[in-house]
Design a protein around this ligand. Structure first.
Ligand SMILES: [Fe+2]
Ligand SMILES: [Fe+2]
Length: 325
């Protein structure tokens, strides 16, 4: 007789991890992405100004003056550099296959979306009562900013949940490197537009693999991102959870799956992978990014005032209240 494997959901967090350290890392990483975003905007503005200056030849605009600000993130702290060095060394095809296998092999916890938000918050808060802005506040701020701009309800909900995958940190992740940070495809050459460039991947065994080190690696041009393995982390994890348990549209799934894929949505790398669907999804991801990057400066949202509204919104797109994590 073939036995049926009954998986007992783990409802407790097996391991106490340093939520503060994760929070601090997230802040530093985001600061870099904000700097990059601002530098790119400045560069564009400078190029536009130069273009206009060239048209009115009398102008003496100096296009070089903004360049010192560009790539400011190269001066980022050693902590961030070392974080990325570790991530770029350890995110291999082999690790990614294993992470996906582990994901499908068990349910780590069963709880509602709201409970997940509170759980993520508690863990971080326990570590640092002085944290300036908690995870739940970031989620609510993103959602509220989207709501304020009269964006669709599914997008507001996407803002509310987009970082819940960080729970992975407490569900047996190996470290911070497989939870946060910019993401990138594995199984083909690492693009130089990934933060700190190809040199940061020197110790990754895939970078000298006969197949994985070629430009297209295991993929074919135009194969579409649905068929690409992106480095494992909170984006990819939540995408898998939400894809199967919600009725959120493809655009929402893309916002979740690609929000840390900065080499693609900010730097323009990996366009050779895209298919027609991705070109549509790209617009959605770009539309979402400012709400993730820049909503943190806004006023602190009041949790209890907003709870009712968002509970209703969650119910609209998640047919089952209790989610398998
Ligand atoms: Fe995120
Ligand atoms: Fe975020």
């Amino acid at each position: 007789m073939v036995g049926i494997l009954v998986q007992e959901p783990v409802t407790d967090f097996p391991e106490k991890r340093d939520g503060l350290a994760l929070e601090a890392m997230v802040d530093e990483i985001e600061e870099i992405n904000i700097k990059k975003d601002q530098a790119l905007k400045q560069q564009k503005a400078a190029a536009q100004a130069q273009f206009e200056a060239d048209m009115n030849a009398a102008s003496e605009f100096d296009a070089t003056k903004d360049k010192t600000q560009f790539r400011q993130y190269e001066d980022a702290s050693d902590t961030v550099k070392n974080f990325y060095l570790e991530q770029h060394t350890k995110q291999t095809v082999a690790y990614n296959l294993k992470a996906r296998n582990d994901f499908h092999a068990k349910t780590r916890a069963e709880m509602t979306i709201w409970e997940a938000m509170e759980r993520l918050n508690t863990l971080i808060d326990e570590s640092d009562p002085d944290t300036s802005l908690s995870q739940i506040e970031h989620l609510l701020q993103s959602a509220e900013a989207i709501r304020r701009d009269n964006k669709p309800r599914w997008m507001q909900l996407t803002g509310l949940i987009h970082d819940l995958g960080k729970l992975l940190f407490f569900f047996g992740a190996e470290g911070q490197w497989d939870v946060v940070g910019d993401t990138f495809p594995v199984g083909c050459a690492f693009d130089d537009k990934i933060i700190y460039g190809q040199k940061s991947f020197a110790a990754n065994p895939d970078s000298t693999n006969e197949i994985y080190s070629t430009k297209h690696g295991i993929y074919t041009p135009g194969c579409g991102l649905d068929n690409v393995m992106l480095s494992w982390g909170h984006d990819e994890y939540l995408y898998h959870v939400v894809k199967d348990q919600s009725t959120l549209p493809d655009e929402a799934l893309a916002m979740i799956r690609y929000h840390s894929f900065y080499p693609w949505h900010q730097m323009g790398a990996y366009d050779w992978m895209m298919d027609d669907k991705d070109r549509e999804m790209f617009k959605a991801v770009k539309a979402f990014n400012p709400y993730d990057l820049y909503s943190k400066n806004d006023e602190k949202p009041k949790l209890e005032d907003l709870k009712e509204y968002y509970l209703e919104l969650i119910d609209e797109y998640f047919p089952n209240k209790v989610i398998k994590w």
